[in-house]
Design a protein around this ligand. Structure first.
Ligand code: NAI
Length: 436
């Protein structure tokens, strides 16, 4: 661990450790430096809350033996105000240098304007795996009757698909050329069409399916479902499925049982030591997540499907306010909530910090600080179970205690207990959403 003398934004880096990531796994530090982009809209309030909660858990679990050195990083509105750019080169250098980060949401204009900063960063750092665990917390009132039936970890491919950003405005030279090429191959496209390109590669498909499988193996999860829209988009979504199944057969011979084999050979009972590898068309997945929730455990899917499915699944267990996520690459990782800047409630101090805080839990698991991870999760569980929640959740609770962001943060910290080793082992069994 090297002590750095580097400067970012004109300031020397504080004392602390740089986390080394080798083959996608982080080393176990005692004073890690974690860059933190607060983000736009509700970003600052949930970022402040998250750091308070994580710091409190770290102090509770390790006393003064460990602490996180948060380092401000800039993107979005704050970066424009200070540096005249929404994504300064130094921010990218900083994240590259430290190999880890947390961030609040960043706004993206719809239709025109700058490209999504999130998408730009995911591609720049090749954070190919977007990992989104979705589970239910007791106390939350959901729109479905049995939200507790859903406990799924979604692996969304993060670098390709329509998110690759290859788009041509209607009437532009690029659009017209592509229309001409399509015509050459027998496809009629209206002249006044905007064109978007959807690249899905064998390489990226294989590595996201591999991540999902590795996760299932490590966490004792028994079903991996490849979700695709290959019935319509045969050479992209269909190929994703084909390449995923090929990878499973090549790299994990004998591990999987197909759905056909499950019923025809094993009478519907998964044999010991095996994992069910099945697949679903994306639209059917939305239906089955709702109506047959228990059938899902780990999902591997393409970028757009994963985006839609993770919001829908989050809604099923109570909403975007409790939807964490992580973007993982071979060399670095970024932990961020699933939701956006929530412009409708920004500045009111009423946002729910749980999504970002639970992303922080994923970060703690990533650096192997399991006790602190469990401490935060259990404090959030206890707070929500007692029906103390921010407005997005409390308004649906019978006799809910509706509090603002700061009050919720205080309540979570007040509910913290240092977990015993047994509690940590029990809580983490099969529940770690990050280590691959
Ligand atoms: P959104 O996720 O910001 O908001 C959707 C709804 O969920 C709103 O009603 C909002 O109030 C509510 N909500 C979201 N987070 C909440 C929280 N923590 N507590 C309580 N309520 C919460 O989606 P929207 O409005 O479509 O997007 C706003 C902006 O955020 C857009 O510019 C979009 O591009 C950006 N965005 C950024 C993301 C990121 O930085 N990772 C992800 C998704 C969207």
């Amino acid at each position: 661990m090297s002590k750095s003398v580097r400067k970012f934004y004109g300031k020397p880096v504080p004392d602390g450790e740089i986390i080394q990531v080798v083959d996608g796994k982080a080393t176990k530090p005692t004073r890690p430096i974690i860059p933190f982009i607060d983000g736009d809209g509700i970003g600052t309030e949930i970022s402040v809350a998250t750091r308070r909660i994580i710091d409190a858990a770290v102090a509770k679990c390790y006393g003064d033996k460990r602490n996180i050195v948060w380092l401000p990083a800039y993107a979005g509105d704050a970066a424009v105000a200070q540096f005249g750019s929404p994504l300064p080169a130094e921010t990218l250098e900083m994240l590259d240098y430290f190999g880890i980060g947390m961030k609040g949401p960043l706004g993206t204009p719809t239709g025109g304007g700058i490209r999504s900063l999130n998408v730009t960063m995911r591609q720049h750092f090749d954070w190919y795996s977007c990992v989104r665990p979705v589970r239910y917390f007791r106390g939350i009132v959901s729109v479905v009757k049995r939200p507790q039936d859903l406990d799924v970890v979604i692996f969304r491919e993060n670098t390709e698909d329509v998110y690759a950003g290859v788009e041509f405005e209607a009437g532009s030279e690029g659009a017209l050329e592509i229309i001409a090429v399509a015509k050459k191959y027998g496809h009629e496209i209206r002249e006044d069409s905007g064109i978007g390109i959807k690249p899905i590669s064998k390489f990226a498909s294989r590595r996201i399916v591999r991540s999902a499988i590795e996760f299932a193996i490590e966490h004792g999860r028994k079903v991996v479902t490849i979700v695709h829209k290959g019935n319509i988009q045969k050479h992209t979504e269909g190929a994703f499925l084909k390449w995923g199944l090929e990878l499973a057969a090549e790299e994990y011979p004998g591990l999987f049982v197909s759905e056909d084999e499950l019923w025809k050979t094993h009478g519907g009972k998964l044999p010991e030591g095996k994992i069910l590898l099945n697949h679903r068309i994306a639209d059917a997945t939305f239906y089955e997540l709702l109506c047959k929730s228990t059938q899902f455990s780990v999902i591997a899917t393409t970028n757009l499907n994963g985006d839609y499915i993770s919001d829908a699944a989050a809604g099923q267990v109570g909403g975007l306010g409790i939807a964490p996520g992580a973007n993982i690459g071979a060399k670095s990782a970024m932990f961020e909530a699933t939701h956006g800047t929530a412009p409708d409630i920004a500045g009111k101090g009423i946002s729910n910090p749980c999504s970002l805080t639970l992303s922080g839990v994923m970060m703690l698991e990533y650096i192997d600080w399991d006790e602190a991870a469990v401490c935060v999760t259990r404090a959030i569980e206890k707070t929500l179970r007692s029906k103390t929640a921010t407005g997005d959740l409390a308004r649906f609770m019978k006799n809910g205690n509706q509090v603002n962001t700061v009050q919720f943060t205080d309540a979570v910290i007040a509910n913290m207990v240092k977990p015993t080793k047994r509690t940590v082992d029990a809580a983490l069994k099969g529940k770690k959403a990050i280590r691959q």
